[in-house]
Design a protein. Structure first.
Length: 287
């Protein structure tokens, strides 16, 4: 059976044949299944955002192909347009793209472009608002009267209202406080579970991807350096640091404990850390 989303030998070169020629992606291949939560990490300029824009058909490959349900997304114009609705992309700081006079109209913009009937648009707007935690009364206010975190929710709701099968988010928690970050991430994961959608999230926060992602794609200098579960990726902590990436703070602490000679396993979330310390304490109690 064909994978849901398949990236095959994807390469992208900007400004080909000019002095500004730049290789942004080089022979990248991976598959993603329905319902997965995939984190995408890498240093600035590693190719993360270029990769995400290919998945939404915003950029055309220099070489290689992207298959959705086994079909090349560039196979014909009609299918390319369909894929742009099936794969929703939330850019970094999406609140700067809000422009309508009410929150309702902003969230409705995408579904209107899909040519849906007004009753269906209304259902989607209200459901998307509910998923991201916006109230009915907030739908009638100007998006510019909202806080930064609430604007971010409006922008994400605008993409969710198109009910994409793949939701791509480029740094969705950038600039938010810890409470706001946690809340947005939980709501994104709730959408995944509610709709069976695939989530692909670019993030510089190792803590965020460690907690929510089931798989991590690690980009390094235009290539895919790793593709594995977080527990496997963070076992290569030194390699990640050498790539200019951070690692979860708790992983850093446990690396230090290992260096001090304590018999602890590697962890990457607070829950794992608590369990590991409890195991260590119980082991000492029985010694």
């Amino acid at each position: 059976m064909e994978p849901f989303l398949q990236v095959k030998n994807l390469s992208h070169i900007y400004s080909v044949g000019t002095p500004f020629e730049h290789v942004a992606l080089k022979d990248v291949s991976f598959c993603v299944e329905r319902g997965e939560f995939v984190g995408v990490i890498g240093h600035t300029g590693s190719g993360k955002s270029t990769l995400m824009q290919h998945l939404n058909s915003l950029l055309k490959p220099t070489a290689g192909e992207i298959l959705l349900d086994g079909r090349n997304i560039w196979s014909d114009k009609k299918y390319t347009r369909q894929c742009r609705f099936r794969v929703g992309l939330v850019f970094q700081y999406p609140e700067y793209q809000l422009f309508e006079e009410t929150v309702y109209k902003d969230i409705a913009f995408g579904p209107k472009n899909m040519g849906l009937p007004s009753e269906e648009i209304d259902r989607r707007v209200r459901e998307a608002a509910q998923i991201v935690g916006l109230s009915e009364t907030q739908l009638e206010v100007s998006p510019f009267d909202l806080s930064g975190g609430q604007k971010r929710r409006v922008a994400i709701a605008g993409v969710i209202a198109m009910e994409p099968e793949i939701l791509i988010l480029d740094e969705p928690t950038a600039g938010l406080d810890p409470e706001g970050r946690e809340d947005i991430l939980k709501k994104i994961d709730n959408y995944r579970q509610l709709k069976g959608a695939t989530i692909m999230m670019v993030s510089h926060s190792m803590g965020d991807v460690a907690r929510f992602a089931q798989r991590l794609l690690v980009m390094n200098d235009a290539t895919l350096a790793m593709d594995a579960a977080p527990i496997e990726v963070f076992q290569h902590a030194q390699q990640l640091l050498d790539m200019g990436l951070d690692i979860p703070q708790v992983t850093r602490v446990f690396l230090q404990l290992q260096n001090m000679g304590l018999p602890v396993q590697q962890v990457y979330t607070m829950e794992q850390a608590v369990g590991e310390l409890r195991r260590l304490k119980e082991g000492n109690a029985h010694a």
